[in-house]
Design a binder for this molecule. Structure first.
Ligand SMILES: [Zn+2]
Length: 434
């Protein structure tokens, strides 16, 4: 039986620390209008100071997205989303939401402990880690990778505003990974999201507000997917075809909605528990041990017939540092470390067919990138005066240049967003414990 446990996470603390940086006026001379310029900043305080990005501001001003860091709902004026939602109704099974979303916005699954049927009719991963759906027509979750001695390499919860040193490390090692992005983070940090594509990583969906998906209603589940896909499309130009459920919380209803939107479900086999370090009784030494256990298994031939996937994060400095710390050992223990899409030969990882990933064979032969030159949407900062950001909206933006008013405006809205993010990340702390 599982127990529900609530505790304050290190993630929440870190988010709060990040939030405190939001109100520091930027004195940076860096170029914060392009992916290339943003990627050159390595001071975390500067990286995490909000900036103005016209396409996102314009989309928010036009009410094209739900509020960030709240459970997504279909925007009332969004006829495209409404039509899409109506078109998939017949594909959604009649499975009720499993919990509720109380004021804390965390799923309440207490009525399922210990009464959830052992036959588990809905293939609820959270309950029994089921990865082969019982509903006809749904593909199995990707929980391991087919290639022997191969690690499917990916990181959840980005784009993290302070990820440049980590992404630099990956680039220096010509290592590509799958980045599972939260839509609200994409809206907050669009140039950081662009960097994933520019660096040749694969981008998948990690929902809009990072909630327990089985606790949401059908339209909320839809909106969590839909607007994350739209946000990634808005800032990178591509639409993902894969997703990972926050907390691994998925059942056949959520899978069916994902499948109807063209999203493959990617889960994991091992959990580094990096996201929990400093919480409860999980220590950094425990996370080290989890990495070391995986490395030992790889050395012992555990993955001689099929590779595996471990849950790791770009959530904070610790989780990214752990990835760097153990990279060389993983590289030595596994024959190959590749993005999920490469491991499964998803050479067309996006809806837009202009972008291709290498096949597994191409990747291991040294061709780690097929397309990295997708034209990114322009910042359009020269037209920022038309964005609706007025100098009267804030008194904190005193730095020079035409972008300062926009920056101030972003700081104002993102301040709320990141504070909400801090609250949201408290949600990370609630975990169904085995
Ligand atoms: Zn996550």
């Amino acid at each position: 039986m599982r127990l529900l446990s609530l505790f304050t996470s290190q993630a929440a603390v870190n988010s709060a620390l990040i939030a405190t940086t939001l109100f520091v006026s930027s004195t940076s001379a860096q170029d914060r209008t392009t992916e290339q310029g943003e990627a050159q900043i390595t001071d975390p305080n500067q990286e995490c100071t909000p900036y103005y990005y016209q396409p996102v501001s314009a989309a928010i001003a036009a009410n094209e997205f739900p509020p960030i860091w709240t459970v997504a709902t279909i925007v009332s004026s969004d006829t495209n989303a409404q039509a899409k939602y109506q078109s998939i109704q017949s594909q959604i099974p009649n499975i009720p939401p499993k919990g509720t979303q109380p004021a804390s916005l965390m799923g309440d699954f207490s009525n399922f402990t210990p009464t959830y049927p052992s036959s588990d009719p809905d293939c609820w991963w959270t309950f029994d880690q089921c990865t082969t759906p019982k509903l006809a027509g749904l593909p199995p979750d990707l929980a391991v990778v087919p290639e022997p001695d191969t690690l499917g390499y990916g990181f959840d919860d980005g784009p993290n505003c302070s990820h440049n040193v980590f992404y630099n490390f990956l680039s220096q090692n010509n290592q590509k990974a799958t980045m599972f992005y939260i839509g609200s983070n994409v809206m907050d940090w669009p140039l950081e999201a662009q960097r994933a594509l520019a660096d040749g990583h694969e981008i998948c969906v990690h929902t809009w507000s990072h909630r327990y998906m089985t606790a949401l209603t059908n339209d909320e589940v839809f909106a969590e997917f839909y607007y994350t896909m739209e946000s990634i499309k808005l800032v990178t130009g591509v639409t993902p075809t894969c997703w990972r459920p926050p907390f691994g919380d998925v059942d056949d209803r959520v899978r069916a909605i994902a499948h109807a939107l063209g999203l493959r479900t990617i889960i994991w086999k091992y959990d580094s528990n990096d996201w929990r370090a400093g919480t409860g009784n999980v220590t950094s030494a425990n996370v080290d041990q989890n990495y070391e256990d995986l490395i030992t298994r790889a050395q012992n031939g555990t993955f001689a017939t099929a590779g595996t996937i471990m849950l790791t994060h770009e959530l904070n400095n610790f989780t990214m540092s752990e990835a760097v710390k153990f990279y060389a050992q993983l590289k030595a223990a596994f024959k190959y470390i590749v993005p999920m899409g490469v491991a499964t030969n998803q050479t067309q990882p996006y809806v837009e067919t202009t972008y291709s990933l290498p096949s597994f064979e191409q990747y291991i032969s040294g061709t780690t990138t097929i397309s990295s030159g997708v034209p990114l949407p322009t910042d359009g900062s020269s037209s920022s005066t038309g964005s609706g950001s007025s100098s009267g909206s804030s008194s904190s933006g005193t730095s020079s240049g035409s972008s300062s008013t926009g920056t101030a405006s972003r700081a104002s809205s993102d301040g709320l967003g990141m504070l909400a993010a801090g609250a949201a990340f408290v949600g990370f702390a609630m975990k169904l414990l085995a």
